[in-house]
Design a protein around this ligand. Structure first.
Ligand code: SF4
Length: 316
């Protein structure tokens, strides 16, 4: 359904994304995980063809969606695809919806534009989708404004908009970040159910490893604009090979005892202006050797996945 190969992105002379590759089959969920600033959202924006909005451009690589190369697609053709076969769920439902328009017309517009149906047909479809998303009294909700709804309900409306034109691929960019922790689990479960019921493919961008463990088939771990480890979720969680993946998994609270302390990763993600020479993770890596400060490791196959590290292997 989606194949991203050696993707590179630049903003002027600055290249924040370098050699990102992954593939996703129909009905699969792929998690893209990493700290803020690792390039997750840039990857999503590249797939959705939205980089030009922020002054970015794809400088190398390819994005193939259902056999179609997207990196060379003219904007007019992208506009038909985006919101149609490609659905986007954005991070913040508070700013994704038009505060001056009622809910119904906002969702109707997607189906009218992409499916070419009448306003009446679109409204019937909107009510049906809102019902599927477990929104009570969907016909009444269509007449409400976004400010009359809770954060969790607003995110369900954003999901309804993404589903309105019957997409094949959904890209969800940190869909629960702006929500209360109690609502987060509901939204993640909802997305998981939708993938299964509709045989959708889902790219789920998150910084939460436990969400990846619960919902994804595959995972790409990103750091400083690169994919540093990827593979099937079970394999990555059972035997992570990259020190950064091991550190991320080590940060998941076990919740087993009262005196458990939260674990962090020392240091911070480098900014794009300060990517270190060699392996970008070396200033924070407990396994770093001299070669790590000089030579950048390639992403090489290992087990069922791939890893970019000079000294991959189980945690010491
Ligand atoms: Fe650590 Fe070196 Fe591997 Fe980078 S290449 S993750 S610094 S061991």
């Amino acid at each position: 359904m989606l194949e991203v190969r050696d993707l590179e992105v630049a903003f002027g002379q600055i290249a924040p994304l370098c050699g990102v590759s992954f593939a996703l089959e129909k009905g699969e969920t792929l998690g893209i995980v990493g700290e803020s600033g690792s390039g997750k959202s840039l990857t999503a924006m590249s797939v959705m063809g939205l980089l030009p909005l922020s002054g970015g451009r794809i400088t190398a690589g390819s994005i193939i969606f259902d056999g179609q190369e997207l990196t060379k697609l003219p904007e007019a053709a992208y506009r038909k695809l985006r919101g149609g076969r490609l659905g986007l769920i954005t991070q913040n439902p508070m700013t994704s919806l038009d505060p001056l328009q009622k809910i119904g017309p906002q969702v109707d517009a997607v189906a009218r534009l992409h499916l070419g149906i009448t306003g009446q047909q679109a409204r019937a479809r909107t009510i049906e989708i809102l019902g599927t998303l477990r929104i009570p009294e969907p016909a009444l909700i269509c007449d409400r404004y976004p400010h009359q709804m809770s954060g969790g309900m607003k995110q369900r409306i954003v999901i309804a908009g993404a589903l309105a034109a019957n997409p094949d691929l959904l890209v969800a960019d940190e869909p629960t970040t702006a929500l209360d922790v109690t609502v987060q689990a509901q939204i993640i479960r909802l997305l998981d159910d939708l993938v299964k019921e509709r045989a959708l493919s889902l790219v789920l961008i998150t910084h939460d490893m436990s969400v990846v463990a619960q919902t994804c088939d595959k995972v790409v771990v990103m750091y400083a604009g690169r994919a540093i480890e990827q593979g099937p979720v079970e394999a990555i969680f059972a035997e992570p090979q990259h020190p950064y993946t091991q550190a991320l998994i080590g940060c998941i609270p076990k919740g087993l005892s009262e005196d458990e302390h939260l674990v962090g990763i020392p240091g911070t993600v480098p900014t794009v202006m300060n990517y270190p020479k060699g392996c970008p993770f070396h200033p924070r890596c407990i396994r770093a050797e001299d070669i790590c400060t000089k030579t950048s490791p390639s992403l090489l196959p290992r087990g069922d996945g791939a890893v970019s590290c000079h000294f991959p292997g189980a945690a010491p």
